[in-house]
Design a protein around this ligand. Structure first.
Ligand SMILES: NC(=O)c1ccc[n+]([C@@H]2O[C@H](COP(=O)([O-])OP(=O)(O)OC[C@H]3O[C@@H](n4cnc5c(N)ncnc54)[C@H](O)[C@@H]3O)[C@@H](O)[C@H]2O)c1
Ligand SMILES: O=c1ccn([C@@H]2O[C@H](COP(=O)(O)OP(=O)(O)O[C@H]3O[C@H](CO)[C@@H](O)[C@H](O)[C@H]3O)[C@@H](O)[C@H]2O)c(=O)[nH]1
Length: 432
């Protein structure tokens, strides 16, 4: 099938490379010329395990990229994988979706025959039909349901395992109105359905939009609940990880998403919980559990810093921050807990030296206002430091050992249950 994907960021690039790998003919459309050139050169514009191999294999053959929207006319289906950031009050900002839909509509104006437009981005219920479809109608001169059709196919991939998640999903959700749309989506994803245990959920467009928020809201709330419990554990000198291991044996609870610590960051959980809370409020409902999930999450960095205060006065002292990405396995720094931790350290007068195995460059670019010194290794960051805080659970931090000997004052406050306790360091875990 001929597919176009508008937006070639973390989602659009992964989906494009994977659909090409499944045998489809795929065109990425992005406004960023560098991104387009990178893909056409056979390289990946983002750090994601396995993606470089896929792009290397298919670029120039079944995969290509362009800045020209006219390319969508040669395809049967267009996915919109555009950003849906937050407004200042947390509500969803649909500006990119509207702009992309308008450009898509202009291109579709000159297309004969049907076209299926699939919203891949995370959007609050109603957005596909009430915002995206009208924007396409306006510039295409066509009517939704006649000249073109809309559908919604939320994406559940995680950063760091995006390729694996896309190629081996637990579920694939098709939100549509017409049988033809389900059929086209079914055909597109058929190679995946045939080769995996993925469940296919055929539902309405609004339901599909909501399923994505329910999924993320549930997981974010689960982490906040274990953090809430973990904070209680800490007050009673109880190890929250031992508690989590035990409750995980109850399969109604399950063992995943029970790692307590600094809380959730990333480009999705923070923005998506805020967006659905704002949408609910706008509709007249205050969702207390999701609001509490955010509140607990927002409090974790300060809890880490107050534990540090118990052991060290960091004013004027060098403090090592281990990890900048929002989680291991990715260079994505959006929503990273490193920012409130670094800002809290700097508010205490500390000189922060940060180390991350892959995310230093992206952090420096993304957070121009956050001034920190960067180290090339954990050992370099720890050398002469009066304290260290672990922010990201990169495996290499678990292997740190004699590197702590070079600290001026070996206090380690671990926000991710990653550093091994050892003799010679004062170790404090956030919830254990
Ligand atoms: N990142 C994730 O793990 C993830 C997972 C599931 C769902 N999502 C959702 O997918 C959507 C996209 O997220 P992302 O992380 O891939 O975003 P991103 O910021 O990484 O990428 C967006 C891309 O869109 C391009 N773009 C912006 N405006 C454009 C336009 N008018 N026309 C063409 N291209 C344009 C940008 O240049 C960029 O390359 C969001 O709604 C997000 O919530 C993200
Ligand atoms: O037990 C846990 C599990 C996760 N986290 C944190 O939660 C955040 C999110 O982790 P994860 O879900 O692995 O990363 P994402 O790549 O943001 O993926 C989430 O967000 C994506 C974008 O919507 C969805 O597609 C995925 O299904 C959903 O898991 C990270 O900061 C983790 O450190 C914890 O603190 N404890």
């Amino acid at each position: 099938m001929h597919v176009s994907i508008v937006g070639s960021g973390y989602v659009g690039t992964t989906v494009a490379a994977c659909l090409a790998d499944l045998g489809h003919d795929v065109t990425n459309v992005d406004v960023d010329e560098d991104v387009v050139a990178t893909i056409n050169d056979g390289d990946t514009p983002i750090h994601e395990p396995g993606l470089d191999e896929l792009i290397g294999e298919h670029a120039g053959d079944r995969l290509r990229a362009t800045t020209d929207y006219d390319a969508v006319r040669e395809t049967d289906v267009t996915f919109l994988a555009l950003p849906t950031p937050s407004e200042d009050d947390g509500a969803i900002d649909l500006t990119y979706m509207e702009a992309g839909a308008a450009s898509l509509g202009e291109a579709l104006a000159e297309k004969d025959g049907d076209h299926l437009v699939v919203v891949k981005s995370t959007v609050v219920p109603g957005s596909t039909e009430d915002v995206v479809a009208p924007a396409i109608e306006e510039t295409s001169g066509k009517t939704a349901g006649e000249g073109f059709h809309v559908a919604m196919n939320p994406e559940f991939l995680r950063m760091g395992t995006a390729v694996e998640d896309f190629l081996d999903p637990q579920k694939i959700v098709f939100g549509a109105r017409e049988a033809d749309a389900y059929e086209t989506l079914g055909e597109l994803f058929d190679p995946l359905v045939e080769s995996t245990d993925a469940a296919v959920v055929e539902t309405g467009i609004r339901e599909a939009e909501m399923i994505k928020y329910a999924n993320n809201g549930f997981l974010a709330a689960k982490v906040s609940l274990i953090n809430d419990i973990g904070n209680i554990c800490k007050e009673f000198d109880v190890d929250a990880y031992e508690v989590a291991d035990a409750i995980a044996l109850d399969d109604r609870i399950g063992g995943k998403f029970l790692r307590s610590g600094l809380g959730w960051g990333g480009s999705c959980f923070p923005k998506d919980t805020n967006a659905i809370i704002a949408a609910a409020q706008e509709a007249g409902y205050e969702p207390p559990v999701l609001e509490a999930a955010v509140e607990v999450n927002d409090g974790q960095p300060e809890r880490l810093l107050s534990l540090l205060d118990d052991h060290a006065d960091v004013a004027g002292k060098r403090v090592a921050v281990l990890g900048l990405s929002f989680k291991p396995g990715t260079d994505d720094v959006r929503g990273t807990r490193a920012v409130p931790v670094i800002e809290g350290l700097q508010a205490r007068g500390a000189d922060v030296v940060a180390y991350d195995p892959v995310a230093t460059e992206s952090f420096d670019e993304y957070y121009e206002d956050v001034e920190v010194e960067y180290a090339d290794s954990a050992a370099e960051a720890l050398d002469g430091a009066h304290a260290a805080v672990a922010v990201t659970d990169w495996d290499e931090f678990a292997a740190l050992d004699t590197e702590f000997d070079a600290m001026a004052n070996p206090v380690v406050v671990d926000g991710r249950h990653i550093v091994e306790r050892r003799e010679g360091i004062t170790y404090e875990g956030l919830t254990w």
